[in-house]
Design a protein around this ligand. Sequence first.
Ligand SMILES: Nc1nc2c(ncn2[C@@H]2O[C@H](COP(=O)(O)OP(=O)(O)O)[C@@H](O)[C@H]2O)c(=O)[nH]1
Ligand SMILES: [Mg+2]
Length: 406
Amino acid sequence: MIVKRFEAVDMQEALKLIKSEMGSNAVILSTKSIRKGGGSFGLFGRPLIEVTAAIDNDKKIAAKNEDSKVRKPDPYFSYISSLLSPMKDDINDLKEIIKKYNSDPQTSNSEPRLKADVEELKSMMGFIIKHSGMAEDFAIAPEYLIPYQRMISNGVSEKYASDLIDKTQDARGNIQDENLIIDRLADEIMKSVKTNGSISDEKGGRKVIAFIGPTGVGKTTTIAKIAAAETFNKKKVAIITVDTYRIAAIEQIKIYAKIIGIPVDVVLTPEELRVTIEMHRDKDVILIDTAGRSHKNDTQLLEVSEFFNPLSRFCDSGEMETHLVLGANADERNIEDTIERFKAVTNIDRLLFTKLDEAGIFGVIYNQSLRTGIPLSYFTTGQKVPEDIEAATSERVADLILQLSK
Ligand SMILES: Nc1nc2c(ncn2[C@@H]2O[C@H](COP(=O)(O)OP(=O)(O)O)[C@@H](O)[C@H]2O)c(=O)[nH]1
Ligand SMILES: [Mg+2]
């Protein structure tokens, strides 16, 4: 691995330097503010940022590490293991029988018979599944059992998993090849989930985006990541913090904004918010952070509506968006409860899932997006600013649910 330090006036310049010297596979290890020139300890000098970046000699290894970031011990594998362990003896007996069967000169030429036995076993399995109550509303063919269980053990709701299986079965008749089934399920997942890509990809004029959600889910960190990416895409970005509690959290966003080299304003009232947005008329992207307490606090929910609901009146249509930020590592019931509480007081345009690196299963992302019909905007995959973020895509959702890139 090659590690290098870069000094620049802001993040935008640093990223340019890193990209040109190390290529786009380089990863940022750390960033800090420094001063150069001036007094003996660098006091009074020019403020600069120092960014340490690294690149792996072997890109393949780098890509593998990147991938393992969101991969936890396979819940599907543990599930299947737990199902299989009581049957271990039977499986070993079966293996012995097959071995004998193959080595017996009288039977080794009887492939058709073996095939018929396998078919019989499959239909028996189908019968058991049908009558076990596991698949009450749909008749699942045995070939679909493993993909179905893979989705269930990854947290996809039974209803959505059966819908997906149904669609794959109906549209194209029964398929025997498991890989083909997975491919077609991926197609159905991609067709059913809505994603909106990054802000830069969206057409139209300026965007004013409010990030709301419970405390600690990663709103401020995510805003810093998006601000850095948009600045890098040559967009003019400003951050506004709605601080209704005057907590130290403001310092955090101020530091990020300084490193990225963009302005940050703190507003206290809905009127100040309106005036500040108006002041940033020249910006392409305005990101609004909220300090907030727990979502259980109803006064905070009311404040969200008090601040953001009037915005749609003086922003052009399509300009104003509200992204509800949710931790993918939380319990699904909590997530659903949060969505409902925020939905009751304000319009939610996008769901943004953070902490995918800390989540063991990903079904919640699909379930909640389908349940609400709200498109997904971004996924974040770690604490590092600016790199641990990706625009949500339907391909990635299919990958997360079916574990295609494992
Ligand atoms: N593991 C992990 N931690 C994250 C991610 N995003 C944010 N965090 C951490 O979550 C904590 C709270 O983040 P913050 O942005 O202050 O949350 P806020 O209260 O919603 O503004 C911080 O320690 C972040 O570094 C993520 O994608 N993965
Ligand atoms: Mg915050």
